[in-house]
Design a protein around this ligand. Structure first.
Ligand SMILES: [Ca+2]
Ligand SMILES: [Ca+2]
Ligand SMILES: [Ca+2]
Length: 717
């Protein structure tokens, strides 16, 4: 995620929120069917159970496509295709400069920029269709990407004004020093109240992933060169003077990588024998953690003394042997000792206090292996088997599920190193079966584990990272060419569909897992038989149910530059915006109805309003399952019904009657022509202005598909 340019370390994580209000235009996407390119069917209500409103899914989301451009797009897949030995040739002109961002592959939306509204709208739709409640922005590398999140919020709010659904948003802040980023987010977004309807809330407040102990102005000493152990029955202390009211005092405490250490932190007036002002007991101390004792109301300026005592296990206090804190003094056993200890004094500040009370904080765990070091921590990515992160009430609150992990053996590594846990890593090894990368085996192993533990929130890593900086050294390993968080198709962790490769497999795999986690509503049953007279107007449909819905406003056009101006992405294929469909039946015919948002364009338009029918509800027959298409050719009130010969190739089957006026259209298909003599149970969808490419991925990027992408409506008599 953020190893780009000269920036620092590692990566990051997650998010959450809670919502619950009904969208103005509920498309019932949890009742849609779909089968992916591998023939894997998305499960439905009877298999996954009813909706569980107390379960939430969050997606790690990146705002950085456009902020770190150094030439490019440098596409690793293309570079290695051109020169398979390029990994040994750091001087090869195929590579971008050292530290420059390289793409691991190409999205179905191209090498897009984060502020491409068309892409943001598609993301909102795809993630909402999948049941994702929150997107969690990666701001771990000290950049908030303000211009980009504001654009995303603007577009998401627009989708909601159209009655649509979107995920809400939260931020994963820097692990080790979140102060500036949290302050900026509060100042720029939350304090001014920008799009509060889009803030993901947890326990009643906007969620932020940041260590609350590290928030706010601090004084003290962070210089350290010696870890002083707390001996049994002993105390260690540090005196200090402060010129302003303060509300917390603490230090940094080592455990020498041991678990189970404990001590009591106490604040006294003036010195070792001063009056006790506050104490706090810490159990299971995390190695090298900053820990504080808080006071409320704040204490005035003056002279104070911080002390640890009643140690258990191996615990200590990071200190410095020099006099690094002018108006302070280290103590041991109540007597002055050389040097000073680490010290963090939080200056009382009304705004910081407001900030701390504004959010629900969860402290992010950067490490892939360690698990929670205390309550109210969240993970963003871990190796299998992932830990359960509990809240302060001891409830199973959160787990991460990743597509792949840049872990090598038991250490943090680079995706480009041998042994990294790519998309095909599971059962402790990389599956080398041909085509394994298409199947999401690592993702499935992690998601199955999360389903078994069933926490309240699942953090998925991730959606659209796409780029990583080129390095020559990482975490003690030197290689000619290295990529840390993303590398190639196998060694990458994005779910957003890619061009070529595994296409949209991971997306529908995610849809399936999220349904199993959150449940789904039952497929609505058809109302009683009815005969529709095509010349009798559209009022006849009033009593026919169910109404199958599609998003409004999902035909917006695209005209935006690509990454580093590599292309101008233009798509004006959005035309008739399909919003509702119905099916009626009698003994002879099936009747299909569609309604668009505005008046239909002329029927003579190319690729106008096609109906696809999977008559046997069997993906293995027909083109992508569809056995029939209606409307590829038409004359007057007659439209063609054609049968698939297996691919996107159709042979005439019959002519059917079709009538349209204004924004409505209906047609009648004889049951006999579809082979649906008995109870009619089939899948169908409408499409408008799709290229005749035979590539169903176009349904995510062109015209309108109702329902979206590969999804189908399911008609059950
Ligand atoms: Ca639509
Ligand atoms: Ca079929
Ligand atoms: Ca649509």
């Amino acid at each position: 995620m953020k190893r780009i340019c000269v920036c620092a370390l590692a990566a990051l994580v997650a998010l959450l929120a809670a919502g619950g209000e009904e969208p103005a235009w509920d498309t019932f996407s949890d009742t849609w069917g779909a089968t992916d390119a591998l023939g894997r069917r998305v499960p439905a209500a009877p298999e996954v159970g009813p909706p569980r409103p107390d379960r939430f899914a969050g997606m790690f989301y990146f705002l950085w496509l456009g902020s770190h451009v150094v030439g490019g797009p440098h596409d690793v897949a293309r570079i290695l295709a051109e020169d398979p030995d390029a990994m040994r040739k750091p001087e090869s002109p195929l590579w971008g400069p050292l530290h420059a961002a390289h793409h691991w592959g190409e999205s179905i939306f191209g090498y897009y920029l984060t502020d491409d509204a068309y892409v943001l709208r598609a993301h909102a739709r795809m993630l909402a269709d999948a049941g994702i409640d929150a997107v969690i922005f990666d701001v771990t590398n000290q950049v908030t990407y303000r211009r980009y999140y504001l654009e995303l919020l603007r577009v998401f709010a627009e989708v909601r004004r159209d009655g649509g659904r979107t995920p809400r948003v939260a931020f994963l802040c820097p692990f080790w020093d979140p102060r500036r980023v949290v302050d900026e987010l509060f100042r720029d977004l939350y304090e001014p109240g920008i799009h509060p309807e889009l803030w993901f809330r947890w326990e009643g407040k906007p969620l932020i992933l940041a260590d609350p102990q590290l928030i706010g102005g601090r004084e003290g000493n962070d210089k350290q060169n010696i870890a002083v152990e707390l001996a049994e029955g002993q105390t260690l202390g540090q005196s200090f003077a402060v010129d302003a009211p303060f509300d917390a005092a603490g230090g940094r405490f080592p455990t020498w990588q041991t678990a189970g250490g404990a001590f009591t932190l106490a604040l006294r007036r003036e010195g070792p024998r001063g009056a006790m002002l506050a104490t706090r007991r810490f159990e299971n101390v995390e190695d090298n953690a900053w820990l504080s004792v808080e006071v409320d109301p704040p204490l005035p300026a003056g002279a104070y003394y911080l002390e640890v005592s009643e140690g258990r296990g191996k615990v200590g206090w990071w200190s410095h042997t020099g006099d690094v804190l002018p108006r302070g003094q280290a103590f041991a056993g109540g007597a002055a000792a050389p040097g000073d200890r680490t010290l963090a004094i939080r200056i009382a500040d009304a705004r910081m206090r407001r900030l701390r009370e504004f959010f629900t904080f969860r402290k992010p765990q950067p490490d892939y292996f360690r698990g929670p070091a205390g309550p109210d921590m969240w993970s963003w990515l871990e190796v299998y088997p992932q830990h359960v992160f509990e809240n302060a009430r001891g409830e199973k609150e959160q787990m991460s599920v990743g597509v792949a992990q840049n872990a090598v053996g038991g250490r943090l590594g680079s995706m480009s190193e041998p042994g990294a846990r790519g998309r095909s890593f599971h059962g402790g090894a990389t599956d080398t079966t041909p085509g394994a990368v298409l199947r999401g085996l690592n993702f499935a192993e992690q998601f199955e584990r999360a389903l078994a533990e069933d926490p309240r929130f699942i953090f998925i890593t991730g959606w659209n990272e796409w780029i990583a900086g080129r390095f020559a050294e990482f975490n003690g390993v030197r290689l000619p060419v290295m990529f840390v968080d993303q590398f190639d198709q196998e060694h990458s962790r994005d779910i957003e569909p890619m061009r070529g490769g595994h296409g949209d497999n991971y997306y529908y795999q995610m849809v399936s897992f999220v349904r199993r986690y959150k449940g789904a509503r039952p497929v609505p049953r058809a109302s009683a038989p009815a005969t529709i007279r095509l010349d009798g107007g559209f009022a006849q449909w009033a009593g026919v149910g169910p109404e199958f819905r599609d998003d409004m406003g999902d035909t917006a056009h695209r005209d935006h530059p690509g990454y580093n101006d590599c292309a101008r992405y233009v798509d004006r294929s959005g035309r008739n915006d399909i919003v509702a469909c119905k099916v009626a039946r009698d003994a002879e015919n099936l009747y299909f109805y569609a309604r668009t948002r505005a008046s239909l364009t002329p029927a003579a338009d190319a690729r106008w309003m096609l109906l696809l029918i999977d008559a046997d509800a069997d993906y293995r027959t027909g083109w992508e399952g569809y056995d029939f298409v209606v409307g590829r050719t038409a004359s007057g009130a007659k439209a063609s019904l054609e049968r698939s010969t297996g691919a996107w190739a159709w042979e005439p089957a019959a002519e059917v009657a079709r009538v349209h006026a204004g924004n409505e259209l209906h047609l009648a298909v004889p049951r006999a022509a579809l082979g649906l003599g008995g109870a009619a149970s089939f899948d169908f969808k409408w499409i408008d202005n799709m290229p005749p490419s035979g590539d169903i991925l176009d349904f995510l990027t062109h015209g309108d598909a109702a329902p979206n992408g590969r999804f189908n409506y399911r008609y059950r008599e």
